[in-house]
Design a binder for this molecule. Structure first.
Ligand code: ATP
Ligand code: MG
Length: 440
């Protein structure tokens, strides 16, 4: 992409409305624009990041055996009346009437709808287990939308729903999602610690929130320092091997980690003092096993192996896709701007032409831009006539992992400067080697 033809409305000054760094940086980097309280347009740069995160989430859901669907944002109130949640949900639900005066709502979540879909499509034990998910916009009329996309009213969520015949199967479905979350967040460069959350009717360890540590997080968290020593990269696992999946979940849940509403001081204090850590965290995912809470009222019943009817058991598994954009920035930035982990970066590298209009630098840049593009490397090419200082500031702000800087001086010796955004390390690289350095 040529910057001269792109839409990147950079703000030089800190926007006054933003309280936290990720919100400030997203506005300054021209990633989003607020349209109403808690509602944002995704501008080109922000949209690219959102899509990268969505794709990682999708790949890891698919790998864990979940099947993608897409349900509408606007739902009829009928099913919500059956489950009893139409009244229970309260003011967070945006209620709408259509022209026939029918009660509709903008979905805050989809348990009722998916249970009804499943009920109509599944007849017997052979149709289970299944896990269906979608990645769709939600609306929750939050009392205090704030922190930009971190607590929006309209936000993008991945929500998966599992259907099982018995508790053992349900446990395995839950554990698969647990492991898939470890993998998903690790691929984005995050350590999202699974913490005990409000348990459902089944009791036990059947609800976990995944939190990343950040001073600006909304939750108070308490956890064992041992989490720092765990291997957060090696989650290669056979999802069909229930014992192996269960073992991995056990490793991560046997250590103390809880948010303030589940915190048990007495238990926490059994840990040696130097292992007791507390701080703030951002919830990026939440998994929940609730058994027959929705299948019962909505009549999701299949024929069991013995011919008898079985009410299916379910869980739901959410990831805050749009919240993650802000959360990743909270975890990865410096005073100059954002530092994208490569897998979610909007472009892999910035190609900076220090003297646009000079035939020599133009030609050298064009050649490299074309060759990298042909290899499938995502490049944002600054071909504008802005001053070098402004170009560097913009590229540091938007945080692409690599900068390739080409100017008349280096060109005389046939070299470009390559800068790593994260380490700040710079090196001189022969122009002839630049293209080989990067892969898609
Ligand atoms: P929170 O406690 O932050 O209000 P929640 O527990 O109500 O969230 P869930 O129903 O568990 O949210 O939703 C699943 C995921 O969706 C959350 O883990 C979070 O990452 C994301 N999410 C929830 N509410 C919002 C919001 N208002 N804006 C952006 N993302 C959100
Ligand atoms: Mg939650």
């Amino acid at each position: 992409m040529r910057l001269s033809a792109y839409f990147l409305p950079i703000l030089r000054d800190d926007p006054k409305e933003a309280e936290i760094i990720s919100h400030k940086l997203m506005l300054r980097a021209g990633m989003i624009r607020q349209e109403a309280a808690g509602s944002y347009s995704w501008l080109p740069l922000g949209f690219r990041v959102l899509k990268k995160i969505e794709q990682i989430v999708r790949e890891e859901q698919n790998r864990a055996g979940a099947i993608e669907v897409l349900m509408p944002t606007i739902q009829s109130a009928d099913l919500w009346r059956k489950s009893g949640r139409y009244d229970a949900y309260g003011k967070e639900m945006l209620r709408i009437k259509d022209r026939h005066d029918r009660d509709m709502l903008f979905g805050p979540t989809n348990e009722e709808m998916i249970t009804d879909i499943f009920r109509h499509g599944a007849q017997s034990y052979r149709d289970l287990p299944r896990n269906l998910y979608h990645i769709q916009w939600k609306f929750r009329d939050e009392v205090r939308p704030r922190f930009g996309v971190m607590r929006g009213r309209e936000f993008l969520m991945k929500d998966a729903y599992s259907f099982d015949l018995d508790a053992e199967g349900g446990r395995h479905s839950y554990n698969k999602m647990f492991v898939s979350y470890l993998r998903t967040f690790a691929r984005m460069g995050l350590k999202a610690i699974p913490m005990r959350a409000e348990t459902g009717p089944i009791g036990g360890k059947d609800s976990h929130e995944f939190l990343i540590l950040a001073d600006t997080g909304e939750s108070q968290v308490f956890f064992d320092r041992d989490f720092y020593d765990m291997d957060w990269t090696e989650f290669s696992i056979d999802y069909d091997d229930a014992a192996a999946v269960g073992k991995l979940v056990e490793d991560f849940t046997s250590k103390y980690a809880a948010t303030d509403d589940k915190h048990e001081a007495a238990e926490f204090e059994k840990l040696p003092a130097d292992r007791r850590l507390s701080g703030r965290g951002i919830e990026v995912g939440h998994i929940f096993f609730f058994g027959s809470k929705y299948s019962e009222p909505l009549g999701a019943v299949v024929q069991g192996k013995d011919g008898q009817p079985v009410t299916v058991l379910s869980g739901s598994y959410g990831i805050g896709v749009s919240r993650l954009v802000g959360a990743i920035i909270e975890a990865s930035h410096d005073e100059a701007g954002i530092i994208w982990p490569e897998p979610v970066a909007p472009f892999k590298l910035a190609l900076i032409n220090l003297k646009a209009g000079d035939s020599g630098t133009d030609a050298a840049c064009e050649k490299i831009y074309g060759a990298l593009g042909a290899k499938g490397v995502e490049v944002l090419y600054d071909d504008t006539d802005a001053r070098p200082g402004a170009k560097f500031a913009t590229m540091d702000l938007i945080g692409l992992p690599w900068q390739v800087i080409i100017g008349p001086r280096g060109l005389k010796d046939g070299i470009a400067e390559v800068k790593n955004r994260r380490t700040g390390e710079r090196s001189n690289v022969p122009l002839t080697e630049i293209v080989d350095r990067f892969s898609a």
